[in-house]
Design a protein around this ligand. Structure first.
Ligand code: DC
Length: 223
């Protein structure tokens, strides 16, 4: 079974997808991590978003792997563990410039199918229910008010020891929403058959139970 969770930046979808997957015993796949890992490689190799030939060559020589180690998912690019670096501000600020490139999306889509395999999985991203797995059994579109999202992102940055103002983080989020929603390929939008879920609260357990209810009602599957 495939549970697709798409949604906006800092809507809490990664935490929820991870905890939901644990709760129902499914594999968790964070597809944003794939775009972020590729961004690490492009930046390390000084490849700009408009250098398409270099991007294509870099993709051809790239190996991305996701491994579940000690109850956490780690992501590797060309054998290097980039799990920590992918969530740093420099990657967050650059990733949407690369993730709108068709060749990058094609490669990421191939990997997403490979990682999902024949497993029961909770897979999260921007275009899972619309493009990557249009026949997903359950589709959820998660979002929250921009102030709530900015506070969440600020807390994440503070944990990394980075200081920004709330206004700066809010501006980053709005800019990334715009990039995600306005790109011509796979723009961020809810699938027609998605459940829209507003994640404005802080009670993760409640969200998980709400989603379990949605999954059970939609599929008849008993969790
Ligand atoms: O969810 P996130 O912030 O980790 O995503 C990082 C970037 O990758 C974000 O700018 C949008 C892009 N992305 C995408 O285009 N499609 C996906 N399925 C997942 C992420």
């Amino acid at each position: 079974m495939i549970v697709a969770i798409d949604g906006t930046v800092s809507s809490g979808k990664s935490t929820i997808a991870r905890e939901l997957a644990k709760y129902i015993g499914f594999l968790h796949i964070n597809t944003g991590a794939i775009y972020r890992a590729l961004t690490v490689k492009f930046l390390n190799n000084n490849i700009k978003p408009d250098e398409l030939e270099k991007i294509k060559n870099a993709i051809m020589s790239t190996i991305i792997d996701m491994k579940h180690v000690d109850n956490a998912t780690k992501i590797f690019i060309d054998g290097n563990d980039v799990t920590q670096i992918i969530n740093t501000p420099v990657i967050s600020q650059n990733v949407s410039h690369y993730s709108k490139i068709p060749e990058v999306r094609g490669f990421a889509r191939f990997l997403q199918h490979q990682f999902a395999g024949a497993n029961n999985c909770v897979i999260e991203g921007r275009d899972i229910g619309t493009v990557v797995f249009p026949n997903a059994d359950v589709k959820i579109f998660m979002t929250a008010d921009v102030d709530v999202r900015a506070k969440r992102r600020l807390t994440d940055y503070e944990k990394q020891g980075k200081t920004f103002t709330l206004e700066e983080v809010k501006a980053e989020i709005l800019a990334r929403d715009k990039e995600d929603e306005e790109r011509p390929i796979s723009p961020l939008k809810p699938a027609k058959d998605a459940f829209i879920y507003y994640n404005n609260g802080s009670d993760i357990k409640k969200v998980i139970l709400d989603l379990v209810q949605i999954i059970e009602n939609k599929t008849g599957y008993k969790i």
